[in-house]
Design a protein around this ligand. Structure first.
Ligand code: FAD
Length: 577
C-alpha cells in the first residue's frame, strides 16, 4: 500500500518552493493553483494505481534478457503506455516540442510520487528527462524537431552513456570512439557498462546519449564529445527505421532496483552504430553536465521517494505489531510497538528526515526554475544545492530505509513486508550520478570557490540571520561557518577532501533545518487555535529534526576539520596490516 503524500507536497511547494511566486512569471503562468493541485493529486493517484502495484514483481522477477533483448516484468509495458497516454512524461519539457512547459518543480513532485511507488521504473523517466534537457540546450534544430517530441511524450526513452570498465568516476578515461562518416553522421564504437534502461520493451525506440572521442581528440575530459545514437535509426519523417546495431551484451544482477535493466551495451560491433554530434566537437562534458545536473537532483529525490515509502510502511506496521507493556506504565498489557519510546524515536527520525530532504530538493528545484528565468543568483544557488541535495538526500534515504527494517524487527529482514526491498533499492542512489564522495569533492572544490566563495558564504549568511531564534540551528550555522572559513583560507587540498563528506552533511543539514523551521512557522500560523493533525505533525517533525538531528551535524565539525594527517598516518601496506 502506498499513499501519495499530496497534502505535504502541496504544503512544501507553497512554503518552500514558493510556487505562487514562480507562477507570477509569464513563462510559468500556467502553473495556477488549480493546475498545481491537479498535477500533484493526479500524479499521486496515477502512481498509487499504476506504478505501486508493480513494485514487488519488479523486485522478484525483474528485467530479464531474452534473445539479446531486455524483457520487462509483466505489467510494465501497460503501465508505461498509461504514463505516456496520461501525459505525465512532458510536464516540464519545452512547450514547442509537445511538452507542457511547466516548472521543473512540478515535474519534481510528480517524479517523487512515481518513484515512491516504484523507484526502479521511475529511473526510466529520470534518464529521459535528462536526454530532453541535453538535446533542448545543445542539439541542432533538426535534432530537436526529430527527437524531442517523441522523447517529451515518453513514446521514446533516453539513456545516458558515460561509464566504461576503466572510466567510472574518472569520466575522462573513456575510450569509446566516433569517426566521421561521409553522410555527416559518425560511427560510434566501444563498450559502455551499467547503462540504465539501455534496453527494454516498453517504448518504440531508445535514444542513447553517448560520450565518445573523435579522432585526435585531446586527452581527458577536454577531448570528449556527445553523440545521439538511436537504437533504431530514424527516418526523415520521424518514423522508426532500421536497427542501428546497439547491442545489449548483458544485464547486471544487482542488490536492488531489479526492474531497472542495467545494461552492457556494445556500439558498432555487429554493424555501424550511427551517431549524431550534439553541440560542438569536444563540447561533450558541457552538454553532459546539462543532462547530469537535473539528473543529480532527481537522484537526490530518490532518497525522498524511499524515505516516504519506508516511513509509511513502518508506521503501519508499528501501529499493528503488539509487544511488551509500556515501561513504567501501570498496565502490564502489551502495547503496539508504536508507543515504545525507542520506536517513536525511529519513526520520528524517519518522518522528519524525509520531510527535511523533501524540503531541500523542492527548494533546489525552485532555484532551477528561477535560473531558467534568467536569475543568475538562483543559478549559482542551484549549482551549490545540487551536490548537497544529491548526497545528503540519498544518504538519508538509506538511513531511513534501514530504520524501516529495524522498526519491523525480524519481519524487516525477511522479504515479505517489502521493507528489505526499500533498503536494497535505496543503496544505489549514493553511488550513481557521481558517487557521494565525488559530490563532496565538487562541493569543497568547484562549488566552494564559485564566485570567489561568495555563493557559499552568501547562503550561509542568509540562513544565519534567519535562524537567530533557534539555538541548535544557530550553533550548526556557526560550526559550518568555521569549517568553511578553514577550508577556504587555511586547509590544504587533502585537508579539504578528507573532510568533505562531513562538511557536506553539515551544510546540507543546515539548509534542511532552516527550511524545516520555515515550514514550522507557516504551520503554526495556519494551525492557529485549531487541531489539524497534518499541521501538528508538521510542527512536531520540524521540532524533532531541529532538536535531535541538527546537533548531530554540529558534532561533525571535528571530523570535517581533522585534516589529512590522520588519513595518511599509515602507508598503503600498513593500512592493510
Ligand atoms: C545500477 C547502476 C546504474 C548505473 N547507471 C548508469 C547510467 O545509466 N549511465 C552511466 O554512464 N553510468 C551508470 N552507472 C555507473 C555509475 O555512475 C558509476 O558506477 C559511478 O559513477 C562510480 O563509478 P565506478 O563504479 O567506476 O566506481 P569508482 O570510480 O571506481 O569508485 C569507487 C570508489 O572510489 C571513490 N573514488 C573514485 N575516484 C575518486 C576520487 N577522485 N576522489 C575520491 N573518491 C574517489 C568513489 O567515490 C567510490 O567510493 C550505473 C551504475 C550502477 C551500479
Amino acid at each position: 500500500m502506498f499513499t501519495a503524500p499530496t497534502r505535504e507536497q502541496l504544503f512544501v511547494l507553497k512554503h518552500v518552493t514558493d510556487i505562487d511566486e514562480l507562477a507570477g512569471h509569464n513563462r510559468f503562468a500556467d502553473a495556477t493553483p488549480d493546475m498545481v493541485q491537479a498535477i500533484v493529486e493526479g500524479a499521486g493517484e496515477f502512481a498509487e494505481k499504476e506504478f505501486a502495484p508493480l513494485n514487488r514483481i519488479g523486485d522478484t522477477v525483474g528485467a530479464r534478457m531474452k534473445d539479446g533483448h531486455v524483457v520487462m516484468p509483466d505489467g510494465y509495458k501497460a503501465a508505461w503506455d498509461a504514463y505516456v497516454q496520461n501525459g505525465w512524461a512532458g510536464i516540464a519539457a519545452p512547450a514547442d516540442f509537445g511538452g507542457q512547459g511547466l516548472p521543473f518543480s512540478l515535474a519534481t513532485v510528480s517524479l517523487e510520487s512515481l518513484g515512491a511507488a516504484n523507484m526502479a521504473l521511475t529511473l526510466c523517466p529520470i534518464l529521459s528527462v535528462g536526454a530532453v534537457e541535453a538535446i533542448a540546450h545543445h542539439g541542432s534544430q533538426e535534432q530537436k524537431d526529430l527527437y524531442l517530441p517523441k522523447l517529451a511524450s515518453g513514446e521514446w526513452t533516453g539513456t545516458m552513456n558515460l561509464t566504461e570498465p576503466q572510466a567510472g568516476s574518472d569520466v575522462g578515461a573513456l575510450t569509446a570512439t566516433a569517426t566521421p562518416r561521409e553522410d555527416g553522421g559518425w560511427n560510434i564504437k566501444g563498450q559502455k557498462i551499467y547503462i540504465t534502461f539501455g534496453d527494454h520493451d516498453m517504448a518504440e525506440n531508445i535514444v542513447h546519449l553517448v560520450l565518445a572521442r573523435t579522432p585526435d581528440a585531446p586527452a581527458g575530459t577536454r577531448g570528449i564529445s556527445l553523440f545521439l545514437v538511436p537504437k533504431y535509426r530514424v527516418n526523415d519523417d520521424g518514423s522508426v527505421g532500421e536497427d542501428n546495431h546497439v547491442q545489449t551484451v548483458s544485464i547486471e544482477h544487482k542488490l536492488g532496483i531489479n526492474a531497472s535493466p542495467t545494461c552492457v551495451l556494445a556500439y558498432g560491433e555487429s554493424g555501424d552504430s550511427i551517431g549524431y554530434l550534439i553541440g560542438p566537437e569536444h563540447g561533450g562534458m558541457r552538454a553532459m553536465f546539462t543532462m547530469m545536473n537535473n539528473a543529480r537532483l532527481n537522484v537526490g529525490l530518490q532518497g525522498v521517494q524511499i524515505g516516504e515509502r519506508a516511513t509509511q510502511l513502518a508506521l503501519a506496521f508499528a501501529a499493528e505489531r503488539v509487544q511488551s507493556a509500556r515501561a513504567g506504565g501501570e498496565s502490564r498489557d502489551p502495547i503496539a510497538i508504536l508507543d515504545h519510546p525507542d520506536v517513536r524515536r525511529m519513526l520520528l527520525r524517519m518522518k522528519a528526515g524525509t520531510q527535511a530532504i523533501r524540503a531541500l530538493l523542492y527548494y533546489a528545484s525552485g532555484q532551477v526554475d528561477r535560473a531558467t528565468l534568467g536569475d543568475e543568483d538562483a543559478r549559482a544557488l542551484a549549482d551549490l544545492l545540487t551536490p548537497l541535495s544529491k548526497a545528503y538526500a540519498t544518504d538519508m534515504g538509506i538511513e531511513i530505509a534501514s530504520l524501516g527494517i529495524q522498526v519491523h524487527g525480524g519481519m524487516g529482514f525477511v522479504e515479505e513486508t517489502g521493507a528489505a526491498q526499500h533498503y536494497r533499492d535505496a543503496r544505489i542512489a549514493p553511488i550513481y550520478e557521481g558517487t557521494n564522495g565525488i559530490q563532496a569533492a565538487d562541493l569543497v572544490g568547484r562549488k566552494m570557490s564559485m564566485n570567489g566563495g561568495e555563493s557559499m558564504r552568501g547562503l550561509l549568511e542568509m540562513i544565519t540571520a534567519e535562524v537567530e531564534d533557534s539555538a541548535p540551528l544557530k550553533q550548526l550555522a556557526a560550526a559550518t561557518g568555521r569549517v568553511m572559513q578553514w577550508m577556504q583560507n587555511d586547509a590544504s587540498i587533502d585537508d579539504k577532501l578528507g573532510g568533505s563528506v562531513p562538511f557536506l552533511t553539515m551544510y546540507a543539514t543546515l539548509v534542511s533545518g532552516w527550511l524545516m523551521a520555515r515550514q514550522r512557522s507557516a504551520a503554526m500560523q495556519e494551525l492557529g487555535e485549531g487541531n489539524d493533525p497534518f499541521l501538528k505533525s508538521k510542527i512536531a517533525a520540524a521540532d524533532y529534526y531541529i532538536a535531535a538531528m541538527v546537533p548531530e551535524a554540529t558534532g561533525l565539525e571535528g571530523a570535517a576539520m581533522a585534516g589529512e594527517a590522520p588519513l595518511y598516518a599509515l602507508t598503503a601496506a600498513e593500512l592493510a596490516a
